[in-house]
Design a protein around this ligand. Structure first.
Ligand code: HEM
Length: 425
């Protein structure tokens, strides 16, 4: 069978791993025609792309953020939707167009600009700040566990894997509790409208523009309030940095909060959902974890390796270069398949596709690598550890309800929409 792969093709949604294996074995630098990009699938090559920002620019991540053909960055006429989306976004933001044009964005910027932005946002995510959240995370987990453990059956996704990260991030940012539901709604619209089946509808039809309007208005107001009345929250830290030379401008602050919201919620939810699925599919390993909780951090890393919540990243070649003897021309786009690199048998051995909590998953690329390494990795790990420590208490008494698995509408973000459990007979 001829090998055919398109990063956003729905056909690969439920199980992309067979095609990843073929890509690694038969065409490690594969040319996708939609979007036009070189798809890189082996561990060493994906690592090379991530750790060499001087050759591979993150500005191609705007493909992901604007839902457009990556070539539109060079020549907007190749994708009229790119123009439509950008105009619509400019309209949606309560900022002048010039502000929109010159705003800096963490995910799409390269060093040295990226270093400046990253050093500002790092202040809100120091190890001390994150570990101080542990008691609150545990409290939230235990209130969610009431529903999980009451014997009536539960959905791991909506009952615990969604609320814990959403509430934590809302509280870290310092937003009112009643807006938490909006957080989830906003983040779903972004993911589906930009990386899911609705991406070719354009931002107006898919609801992304409306959502941006609501979001920017709301966060603009919060930032204003924190400016005059700072508190011990993330928005205040960022607003405080806004006064510094090179600090965040108002629109940059709104965009950054949006990135945290989308990057931080869905991914953690999906990691928790998959950890539970993998444990129930491997009862011997569940038994071991029940007996020995110290295995949980390893279980978290192995889940991230096997079922990476972010399956791919995009980069643009800044100059002509080569990967595996294939020339990549200046300005061509490279799609690095994290989800494939993490199962590359060349790196992880012949059992790379198997989930095993005893594997040494260190070195997985689920959080990326190098300058853009995930800002929220330690928070995500903390949340996963707390949730799983509580869940393993009850999981041996539960089993999966017999209904088909449904995945989140996105090929970039991999996760289960629901994962329902009931009491085992
Ligand atoms: C299991 C959970 C998570 C996974 C798998 C994940 C994955 C990733 C990956 C792969 C990148 C690198 C993107 C690139 O190289 O272009 C990244 C960056 C980022 N993540 Fe996460 N993430 C998770 C949780 C979080 C959380 C909880 C937050 C925030 C609270 C967060 C915020 C960010 C931000 C702001 C960046 C951009 C960093 C930069 O460009 O310097 N992530 N994440």
């Amino acid at each position: 069978m001829t090998l055919s792969y398109r990063p956003f093709d729905d056909a690969n949604r439920n199980d992309p791993f067979p095609v990843y294996r073929r890509l690694r074995d038969e065409a490690p630098v594969y040319r996708s025609d939609d979007p036009e990009a070189w798809v890189v699938s082996r561990y060493d090559d994906v690592l090379h792309v991530l750790k060499t920002p001087e050759l591979f620019s993150s500005d191609a991540m705007s493909t992901v953020m604007m839902g457009v053909d990556p070539r539109a960055m060079i020549d907007p006429s190749v994708d009229p939707l790119a123009i439509e989306n950008m105009m619509a976004m400019a309209d949606a933001m309560p900022f002048p167009v010039e502000e929109m044009a010159r705003h800096r964005n963490l995910i799409v910027s390269d060093p040295p600009q990226h270093d400046v932005l990253r050093s500002i946002v790092n202040r809100g995510f120091t190890p001390r700040r994150i570990s101080a959240w542990e008691p609150r995370v545990r409290q939230l987990v235990s209130s969610c566990m009431k529903r999980v453990a009451d014997g009536e059956g539960c959905d791991i996704i909506s009952d615990i894997a969604v609320p814990v990260p959403v509430i934590v991030i809302a509280e870290m940012l310092g937003v009112e509790p009643e807006r938490r539901a909006d957080f989830k709604r906003w983040s779903d619209i972004m993911i589906e409208g930009i990386t899911g089946a609705r991406r070719r509808e354009g931002f107006i039809k898919s609801g992304v523009v409306e959502m941006m309007k609501e979001f920017a208005t709301y966060f603009g107001e919060i930032a204003e309030r924190r400016r005059s009345d700072p508190r011990d929250d993330l928005v205040s830290i960022l607003v405080d940095a806004a006064g510094e030379d090179g600090g965040l401008r108002p629109m940059e602050l709104v965009v950054f909060v949006l990135i945290i919201l989308v990057a931080g919620n869905e991914t953690t939810t999906n990691m928790i959902g998959h950890a539970v699925k993998l444990l129930l599919e491997n009862p011997d390993q569940l038994d071991e974890v029940v007996r020995d909780r110290s295995l949980i951090p390893g279980l978290v890393e192995e889940t991230l390796r096997c079922e990476s919540p972010i399956q791919m990243v995009f980069r643009r070649a800044r100059t002509d270069t080569e990967i595996q003897g294939q020339t990549i021309r200046e300005n061509e786009v490279v799609c690095g398949l994290l989800g494939s690199a993490n199962r590359d048998q060349r790196r992880w051995g012949p059992r790379a596709d198997e989930f095993d909590i005893h594997n040494d998953a260190q070195g997985h690329l689920a959080f990326g690598f190098g300058v853009h390494f995930c800002l929220g990795a330690s928070l995500a790990r903390l949340e996963a550890r707390c949730v799983l420590e509580a869940l393993v208490e009850v999981l041996p008494r539960l089993r999966r309800r017999d209904n088909p698995l449904e995945y989140v509408d996105s090929n970039l973000v991999r996760g289960l929409r629901h994962f329902e459990l009931e009491l085992a007979a």
